[in-house]
Design a protein around this ligand. Sequence first.
Ligand code: PLP
Ligand code: COI
Length: 340
Amino acid sequence: MNIDWSKLTFHYTETDYIVRAACKNGVWERPYATRDKMIPIHAAATGLHYGQECFEGLKAFRGVDGKVRIFRMKENAKRMYHSAEGLLMTPVPVELFCEAILLALEKNIDFLPPYGTGATLYFRPLLVATTPDISVGPGKDCEFVVVPTPIGPYFPNGFKGMPAIVNRTIDRAAPQGTGCWKVGGNYAASFRASEAAHAMGYECMFTDAKTHKYIDECTASNFIAIKQRSDLTFEYLTPRSTAILPSITNDSLMTLAREMGMKVTRRHIRVEELADIQEAAACGTACVISPLTKVVDPDKNITYSFGDKPGPVLTKLYHALQDIQYGRTEDKHGWCLVVE
Ligand code: PLP
Ligand code: COI
């Protein structure tokens, strides 16, 4: 193995095997590992033409004790089930999803980065409709693939902080659309806004597509904020929106925040409320927590600053979550499946 683990970024590095399983006429075949990374797909497949496709993302960590931990795999399986239902695809049974991830791990165990490198083994499960049909409607046959890859930090700055810019001009997902599912079309729809923000040196802060008053998501991640209350306790705030992905990282952080005595509130958050917030971040499997140094609102000509360094509350939450993922502390909630 000739990988410099500490130099990995969030890009694809080929491993030995992918795992595949096909569903034909509503019946799932058993998952199998293959060295061939190409999946043959009919040129008329509904997944290619009409975007009938969804995916997931989860990580395995090499712990401080040398054991392997997969974080909240069943939650990803359940979310993919919902995404598939949303697109009228045949969902991958939760057990099959988990079996495929475990097989992908076993067959690519040499690609699991060592403890202390900051890198992890990321699994990218993909479900794509393969039915050849050009009539506009859902196809029932599909292919499930798990693509593993060792990865480093999602954002080049890692936990150090990044600036974001409010976007009101290009919508990512409609309030009653597909934003709550992890479907490829949402990401394709977000590229123009993200690239425009990048060109100006920022990450993109998406606002709700109906009013553009409220914060939806930050990059391809959930948004979280820490607010100090008048009694000097902290509140963990995160948007309530039908157009955002229910993040498993955010859910975990909410639990940890409650355990730390914080009030946790999920509600509409107006962009102007950033003025009363002390710490803000993007959160997700890929970036864990990525603090925001500032948020620029170009339409109102206002900059909300959160300091160049991650704040104390987000730092505490970040370490609490990573300590569980790397086995440095007790996993009270049973979030990790210990494999080895
Ligand atoms: N929002 C979007 C659009 C995402 O793609 C992701 C990543 O999966 C998240 C939020 C964070 O979700 P999770 O914490 O489950 O990875
Ligand atoms: C995440 O896992 O946090 C993401 O943002 C998903 C993205 C890489 C598609």
